[in-house]
Design a protein around this ligand. Sequence first.
Ligand code: SF4
Ligand code: F3S
Length: 93
Amino acid sequence: MAFIVGKECNGCKYTVCVDVCPVDAFHEAEKFLVINPDTCISCSVCAPECPVDAIYDEFDLPIKQISYLEINRNFSSLYPVISASKATMVFRK
Ligand code: SF4
Ligand code: F3S
């Protein structure tokens, strides 16, 4: 069981979620973050931090976003860990 970053992060990337994660489970892709499901301990503290509600318990992930299970797993092996927030990178209008 893990938490998942969904499509709402794409183009937002506030990164404040990162600061509360006790196990550095977030990885930074170009336009959004993902959570490594093997690192995540499902503590749930990150979800309420996200201003755009992009973080889901995997069992609450909307069916339309089911592909994000694989995206989070695959991208977390491709992109580096992000362990501290950065200046907001909102480029969505
Ligand atoms: Fe980190 Fe907890 Fe969020 Fe998992 S649920 S990514 S361990 S803060
Ligand atoms: Fe993305 Fe929300 Fe974190 S927009 S970077 S999941 S705070």
